[in-house]
Design a protein. Structure first.
Length: 217
């Protein structure tokens, strides 16, 4: 029941999300410049993909897992365990950050607005398409890391036009900005981004097999 094959992916999602949220916390507490935040998180997620991509897919984001589940790229039980691990990773990091800094992080009040919701949706959709491209095209670890890093950088910059650009409910939880904008927006973005890419842009199975065989040659 608790074999390495079952525990390792969930643990990877927990630790990967915790690392991502910690960097998000450090950046949001020290700077409000979206470019610096996006760059830092892009570097971080590229490292996470290199570490854990082959283990769990390195979703580290409930929106990505939800989108992959709706596209039937991941089973219900695994998707549920991933999302629980991701949220626990965000929660644990929030508590660790408070312990290390010896100060309490106040909750950030967020008033709902449709432009904010749409901004988070679009940003998360861009990120989800990056993950989908890496999966559908069978990219190697380095290519996947670069693709996802570029996607999160672009997604954060776009979302930051109207929001803080979290595009990740686990990050929103960790930085104390849990709200409908930062939860519903990314979830919808993940759903749209993954399914849109898989339906319109993913190579056919025959093309994918041909690409793999050409790489082997």
């Amino acid at each position: 029941m608790f074999s390495k094959q079952r525990v390792a992916p969930v643990a990877a999602e927990f630790f990967g999300t915790a690392l991502l949220v910690m960097i998000a916390l450090v950046m949001t507490e020290t700077t409000a410049v979206s470019y610096f935040v996006a760059t830092s998180l892009a570097i971080t997620v590229s490292v996470i993909v290199m570490f854990f991509g082959s283990v769990s897919g390195a979703h580290v984001n409930p929106a990505i897992t939800f989108g992959m589940w709706t596209a039937r790229k991941i089973g219900t039980l695994r998707a549920t365990s991933y999302i629980v691990a991701q949220l626990l990773g965000g929660l644990a990091t929030w508590q660790l950050f408070q312990y290390l800094t010896d100060k309490s992080l106040p909750a950030k009040a967020v008033t709902y607005s449709t432009p904010m919701l749409v901004a988070e949706l679009v940003g998360a959709a861009i990120l989800a398409m990056g993950y989908s491209a890496a999966l559908a095209r069978g990219l190697d670890a380095l290519q996947s890391a670069l693709t996802v890093a570029a996607a999160i950088f672009s997604g954060i910059l776009v979302a930051s036009i109207a929001t803080a650009g979290y595009i990740n409910p686990a990050v929103a939880l960790g930085v104390r900005s849990w709200s409908s904008v930062y939860v519903l927006g990314p979830l919808l973005g993940g759903l749209i981004g993954v399914n849109l890419y898989m339906m319109l842009f993913a190579p056919s199975k025959a093309a994918a097999r041909a690409a793999k065989s050409s790489k082997k040659k």
